[in-house]
Design a protein around this ligand. Sequence first.
Ligand SMILES: NC(=O)c1ccc[n+]([C@@H]2O[C@H](COP(=O)([O-])OP(=O)(O)OC[C@H]3O[C@@H](n4cnc5c(N)ncnc54)[C@H](O)[C@@H]3O)[C@@H](O)[C@H]2O)c1
Length: 407
Amino acid sequence: MTVDVFEIALILKTLALITGKRAMQKVNWGLIGGGEGSQIGFAHRAGAVLDGKFRFVAGALDADPKRAREYGIRLGLSRDRAYGDWREFVACERNRSDRPGLVTVATPNDTHFEIASTFLRAGFHVLCEKPMTLTVDDAIELDAIARQEDRICAVNYGYSGYPMIRQLKAMVAAGQIGRVRVVVAEFAGGFMADEADSDNPRVRWRFDPNQAGVSAVSLDLGIHALHLACFVTGQSVASVSSDFAHGIAGRGLEDDSLTAFRMSGGAIGRLWASGLAIGRTHGLAIQVFGSQGGLRWQQEQPNQLQWTPLNGSTSILERGAEGLFPAARRASRVTIGHPEGMPLAFANIYRDLGEVIMSRRDGNEVDPLALDYPDSEDGLHSLQVVFAMVRSAGKRGAWQRVAGIQD
Ligand SMILES: NC(=O)c1ccc[n+]([C@@H]2O[C@H](COP(=O)([O-])OP(=O)(O)OC[C@H]3O[C@@H](n4cnc5c(N)ncnc54)[C@H](O)[C@@H]3O)[C@@H](O)[C@H]2O)c1
């Protein structure tokens, strides 16, 4: 049999077209929770589709089935993929050839374990809202399920997607502030400062141990700052000493907490979480002090990073400027001076996940910078730390070790 040279060229061209098309194919994406009026739904929907990696194809968006279906359809889902319940979503989607490659779980905390574990077991990659679970045992199990199933279980510590947080991390890793001595992490706002809110159902559940778990502000807010402390230093928390307070009498869980901690690489840490800090609008901030300089970042001005070398003057590093590390440049989209904010930080987590999922699907090498998204190991570690904080606070600040981490 003779094969014409033109036939070979045609076959090669067709193959190239098929592979190229596949490489560019978006990943289908589904959302659980994040319904109309929810705090976090918009940031997920915006973040997921922003970089062209994901296509929103299915959802079970609300606890109320009718609202879930109607809202899904209004957002453009087809009628048969706007589900009234997440179990119906799993049952119908799991065998579809165009099923979602990633499912986000953005429901209240007490539902995360059941929903995320079911999706992982059904073979979906998952992005789970924080806190990953309400107990350490559940977190250990979820992490184990993700490993057994060889599925990604990412956790939405979305602030780690900010370009200048990635710059901060890269500067620490490059030794630009020397050996890290002290980390100060804060998430303190006036979110729960109004005593008149004690009967408001949206506030009351947060201080009810039956619904919120073992902790209020430390688990809900502090956990973000804690994750940032680990993320930017590359160290884990080894031991903690905590003071939990009830600034408003009658609350079943703490509305302010202060924690001293020691890290695996020798750094000393301080964490303040509060719902009573009136005027600290959304007071998430991180400061890292090393032997050769200090770095300071605040969520309300996320495009600027303050850097002070030892015995030098303070400079402001601007997102989008020349000379930033590749991790920060990659996470930044718009021109310098144009504010780039929280949904775009979420988008960076989604872009990383999109790249990793596409590379697994297409058998391509993945950019190592895409591997920095927070995962179930981070979700588990931060829960272990919060539980150690709760134990410590119950023993008037006695130091408690965090399982498996040495300082
Ligand atoms: N990563 C972050 O920066 C960040 C910020 C805020 C909230 N969160 C987390 O996101 C999650 C949601 O918080 P929120 O403030 O948006 O809550 P919310 O109460 O404003 O909204 C929750 C949404 O989930 C829906 N829902 C509840 N149960 C459901 C179920 N079984 N199936 C489908 N939908 C269901 C509700 O109808 C609602 O639309 C929480 O875990 C919270 O801790 C994360």
